[in-house]
Ligand binder design. Structure first.
Ligand code: PHE
Length: 360
């Protein structure tokens, strides 16, 4: 028995020593010391032995178990040491490489769409103009031909500030981007070709309205501008934005105090798999308000309506984003839910270009 055990021990120790990795070593451990292992099997025979036999064999078998256990531990330490050496040899930190942090944040769809708009209109020769979100009463209303008694004021659900403007009227959170028309005409000489994207505010809150929302204003002031220029510009813009040639517009007579004539612009769409897909002229949806700049607005800004004409339009940016990228609840835009942002957000380097596809 003694020599059998000895031979078994030599074989086991040999195999343990030969185990090339932790995986193989674990297999050896199970074969020797596991529930069905050879050493475990021997230990089980002790119970059936006579006291004398047990006294002889017991120390031998326990000694075997100890030797095997120790050999496994030693081999394990060696293998782990080698693995670490190898990792240290191959893993290098090159301090000359630029830091490339994982892209954690995303570009909000509204920002992305604003960039797309700037890109599209830059190609048509428009620059981007801005104005403050806290606006004076005159620029938000009066200069746009909305006098104090005008019913359109009530329709705007305006947020009024405690602060008053120079004329003692409360400042407002701008209810549209149209005051940027006034600011631009006051500060630069025609010809003017601008868009003005930005935040706007109205006291309104449901699935399709949030108290803060985004608009883009367009303004062209030049000589000999007509409604045809407006229609071409909007068509060109929407075809580039939706990346489809079959965008069809329908102009309907409408009313805005600051344009004359005023036109509401509808865009054709179809329903595919329960979703709205822009293009064609199956059904119509209202997309934006526009018109020829009212002569009184030009005069309010010191421009002679006999010389200068122009068109203006105002369009909801959030709506544009929803139509292109398929979100259906506006409120989620401003919840700051990381899951939504990861899903609908854009990578920081997805810069829209006309050649690469504005919706890249
Ligand atoms: N300011 C208008 C609105 O918010 C839109 C508009 C802009 C209409 C420019 C005509 C011209 O509804």
């Amino acid at each position: 028995m003694g020599s059998d055990l000895d031979q078994m021990k030599q074989e086991m120790l040999g195999r343990i020593q030969a185990a090339g990795d932790l995986h193989a070593l674990e297999a050896e451990r199970v074969a020797a010391l596991g529930k069905q292992g050879a050493v475990t099997g021997l230990l089980k025979t002790l119970g059936a032995m006579s006291p004398e036999e047990r006294q002889r064999e017991g120390p031998l078998i326990h000694g075997l178990r100890e030797a095997v256990t120790e050999a496994i531990a030693a081999r394990k330490a060696t293998l782990e040491g080698e693995a670490l050496e190898q990792r240290l040899a191959t893993e290098r930190l090159d301090m000359t490489l630029p830091v490339a942090p994982p892209a954690e944040g995303t570009v909000h769809p509204v920002s992305q769409v604003m960039d797309e708009l700037a890109e599209i209109f830059a190609d048509l020769g428009f620059s981007v103009a801005t104005g403050p979100e806290i606006e004076d009463d005159w620029r938000n209303f009066t200069a746009l031909n909305i006098p104090e008694t005008h019913p359109a004021r009530a329709m705007h659900d305006t947020f009024y500030m405690d602060r008053a403007d120079a004329e003692g009227r409360p400042m407002v959170l701008r209810t549209h981007t149209s005051p940027v028309q006034i600011r631009t005409m006051q500060s630069q000489q025609p010809p003017i070709y601008i868009i003005a994207p930005g935040r706007t505010y109205r006291s309104d809150n449901d699935a399709t309205h949030t108290p803060m929302f985004h608009q883009v204003e367009g303004l062209v002031i030049d000589r000999g501008i007509t409604l045809a220029n407006l229609k071409w510009t909007l068509e060109t813009f929407l075809k580039a934005y939706f990346e489809r040639d079959d965008i069809v517009l329908r102009l309907r007579p409408s009313y805005f105090p600051f344009t004359e004539p005023s036109v509401e612009v509808d865009v054709g769409y179809t329903i595919q798999n329960g979703r709205r897909v822009l293009g064609g002229s199956d059904r119509w949806m209202e997309l934006l308000g526009s018109g020829m700049v009212h002569p009184r607005v030009l005069a309010n800004c010191g421009l002679d309506p006999e010389i200068w004409q122009g068109f203006a339009f105002g369009c909801g940016i959030d709506r544009l984003a929803m139509l292109k990228y398929g979100m259906d609840d506006l409120r989620a835009f401003f919840d700051g839910d990381l899951r939504w942002l990861r899903h609908y957000g854009f990578r920081a380097l997805d810069v829209p270009t006309l050649s690469g596809g504005v919706g890249a």
